[in-house]
Design a protein around this ligand. Structure first.
Ligand SMILES: [Zn+2]
Length: 97
């Protein structure tokens, strides 16, 4: 049985409870691999189980049971191909001679 906790200071809570080294910013966007949705970190929810353990959960909880360990960087977006204009290295040499 999980009960949702209302977190007033989400920045502070995340600082104190984030289990990994590099804590994302509340404004960062991450992807939840459980529900495949992209969410803003600051929208996270916190649930507490019967033993008192608090889980940092996906904003789509309780429909999604993903937690903080299921959050991944959305590399797909940052690696989208960019329409870049590149100079053609095989440019025909102009006969200026
Ligand atoms: Zn999720």
């Amino acid at each position: 049985m999980m009960t949702e906790l209302i977190i007033r200071d989400k920045q502070k809570y995340l600082e104190e409870n984030y289990p990994f080294e590099r804590m994302p910013k509340l404004t960062d966007k991450l992807e939840c691999i459980h529900c495949n949705s992209i969410f803003t970190v600051g929208d996270y929810k916190v649930y507490k189980n019967e033993t008192g353990f608090e889980f940092i959960c996906c904003p789509n909880a309780p429909a999604c049971n993903g937690t903080v360990i299921d959050w991944i960087a959305i590399e797909k977006i940052s690696q989208l191909p960019i329409n870049r204009t590149f100079s053609d290295p095989k440019r025909p040499s102009q006969s200026t001679a």
